[in-house]
Design a protein around this ligand. Structure first.
Ligand SMILES: [Zn+2]
Length: 237
């Protein structure tokens, strides 16, 4: 009984070591590069949200996601800004940041596949004079059209606002400035992000099963040897 417990303990420890090694091995040093340290020379930063000229699949809940995204950065965001932005939503299109939606970026602007939004900033004398954010409301998966849910819209908007606040792309997968929706050609980034936790659970589950199978096999082998000893008197067969 004690032996079996030891074996289980060894398997569990081996699995834990493997798990942590794999976690650390995949963690490159995180970088948070900046396009501009101080992107806006005034405050508040005015924002115009065009929820009138909207594409067919626009959802009124998207505007709310923009408001959440603005609040996200006003309350610290990803903690990589050296300033706390203060936004003011205005109703004129000469605002500092303009946000608009299109049906599909690939079709409307010829953007690369997988790009869900972009931000074009106009820099004058080291600060931004204006930034345009364009967001798509969905994309094609194969031939079928999929509309973005509010959660995706919030993530995309937070990311593009990060660019408008002077942040470049991070290599930290957990950071909002990781280009999860962009610059990935072959895989669907939405799908990949959604399946990552499941893949991890599946991997961990497989390891545990393999561990226990190994323990059982060793136990079976010992039992068999014991039986052979009893039956054949240890002559070997
Ligand atoms: Zn980006």
């Amino acid at each position: 009984m004690l032996k079996r417990k030891n074996e289980i303990a060894i398997v569990v420890i081996a699995f834990l070591i493997l798990f942590f090694v794999s976690q650390f091995a995949s963690d490159a040093p995180h970088e948070y590069p900046k396009l501009l340290e101080i992107p806006w020379d005034h405050t508040p930063i005015t924002v115009f949200v065009d929820d009138v000229n909207v594409p067919q699949h626009y959802s009124p809940t998207y505007r709310v996601q923009v408001e959440y995204a603005l609040l996200y950065w006003e309350t610290g965001g990803n903690l990589k800004l050296d300033f706390i932005p203060d936004f003011e939503i205005v109703d004129t299109d000469d605002a500092d940041i303009s946000i608009m939606w299109v049906e599909n970026l690939e079709e409307v602007t010829g953007a690369d596949e997988g790009v869900a939004g972009f931000c074009i900033s106009y820099e004058v004398n080291g600060t931004y004079e204006h930034a345009d954010i364009v967001l798509e409301v969905g994309n094609y998966q194969g031939y079928s059209w999929r509309q973005y849910g509010d959660r995706n819209m919030l993530l995309i908007t937070k990311h593009e606002l990060g660019h408008a606040l002077g942040l470049a792309h991070s290599n930290d997968r957990k950071d909002i400035m990781y280009p999860a929706y962009e610059e990935m050609d072959d895989v669907n980034p939405l799908l990949l992000n959604a399946t990552r936790p499941f893949l991890l659970v599946f991997g961990v589950g497989s390891l545990v099963v393999i561990g226990f199978l190994l323990v059982n096999w060793r136990r079976y082998k010992r039992k068999r040897e014991h039986l052979e000893m009893e039956l054949f008197g240890g002559d070997g067969v």
